[in-house]
Design a protein around this ligand. Structure first.
Ligand code: GFB
Length: 322
């Protein structure tokens, strides 16, 4: 990205967008622009086009999305597919029409087949059936990838796409109905400790394996890709290691200092058994994750304790990508 250029971060109030803004602000080299939901509805193609026409961004990070954990995805598939497709069509088309130099689209590791060989390589895309609990979200994200690739081939747009693994960090959504597992566990163990409750419920069997990437690492990876990657092939962004949900629960319990017991709630879904990303493409581009999981959980817990989560709008709304 050229120094002094105008960079639009779509979804700047969400987990990913806010981390990208933090990362870009460190360099002090860019004119970073953002727009609140009250002034710019990203699902409204005309509004978005006129915003691009007025602001003339040269680089765009598309971090706006409707996101949520396993239960939210499973309960509201219609909202997840509609809102994500609408945002993607509005922003990608506005970027094309207004001659944006480069755009980075954020996908998700759930785009890969449910039973893809592990660790999952980028070429596993569209080789098998998807995980049912997040199929609608995954289809929307796959459509976004195909739109970036199609616009590159047909119109010569320099649109690239990164596929992050499960994310966490400051700016996360801690609402127990719509959040992902890591913030949910922080909240559950914290509240159980405060209220001296004897047990904490962890959904599913505890056996699924997940990989967790701190969002500040992801933001750094996105800026790196903006600077070095000019290809239509998607790029995985992860840490290269995963753990079981049971191991995660014990780690969070330890960080929070909760003395009680864990109970597994078999009425809740496990989701995909494993989704560990193959990160060799990213490594070959000279990037790797730096924040160890335990240190990341500790700092996220401190952020939660500061009460900042009550003041952010991260969640299942448009504008928060995780
Ligand atoms: O993070 P999570 O909601 O999403 O759940 P996915 C991961 C695992 O943690 C599942 C278990 O096996 C859950 O059953 N889990 C245990 C919990 N306790 C809890 C809890 O209190 N809350 C939650 N939320 N989970 C999502 C997709 O899948 O991952 C999205 O639905 C997206 O589309 C996202 O791709 C990254 O990893 O299963």
């Amino acid at each position: 990205m050229k120094s002094g250029s105008t960079v639009f971060v779509a979804g700047h109030k969400g987990l990913v967008g806010s981390a990208i803004v933090r990362r870009l602000s460190k360099d002090d080299a860019y004119r970073v622009i953002t727009a609140d939901r009250s002034t710019l509805d990203l699902t409204d193609a005309r509004m978005v086009d006129s915003y691009f026409d007025r602001q003339r961004p040269e680089y765009v990070f598309l971090a706006a999305a409707k996101v949520g954990g396993i239960l939210a995805n499973d309960s509201y598939p219609g909202d997840f597919i509609r809102e994500n497709l609408s945002i993607q069509i509005s922003v990608l088309e506005a970027a094309r029409r207004n001659g944006v130099s480069k755009l980075l689209f954020l996908g998700s590791s759930c785009i890969y087949p449910r039973l893809a060989p592990q660790p999952i390589r980028e070429d596993a895309l569209l080789t098998g059936p998807l995980e049912a609990t997040n199929e609608a979200y995954a289809i929307a994200k796959i459509a976004g990838i195909k739109m970036c690739q199609g616009y590159r081939r047909q119109y010569g747009c320099n649109f690239i796409a990164a596929m992050p693994t499960n994310l966490y960090g400051p700016g996360d959504n801690f609402d127990l109905h719509s959040s992902h597992v890591l913030p949910a566990l922080i909240r559950k163990f914290h509240e159980a400790k405060e209220e001296h409750r004897p047990t904490v419920q962890v959904w599913g069997s505890g056996k699924p394996r997940r990989e967790f990437l701190h969002v500040d690492d992801l933001a750094d990876a996105c800026v790196h890709l903006m600077n070095v990657w000019d290809d239509g092939d998607i790029v995985n962004v992860g840490v290269g290691q995963d753990i079981t949900i049971a191991e995660l629960a014990e780690m969070v319990q330890d960080v929070v200092g909760y003395p009680g017991k864990i109970q597994y709630d078999a009425t809740k879904p496990d989701g995909t058994p494993r989704k560990l990303l193959d990160v060799s493409r990213m490594a070959s581009l000279g990037w790797q994750a730096r924040i160890p999981l335990r240190a990341g959980i500790e700092s996220t817990y401190r952020w939660f304790l500061s009460g900042a989560h009550d003041r952010t709008s991260a969640g299942t709304g448009v504008g928060a990508q995780a």
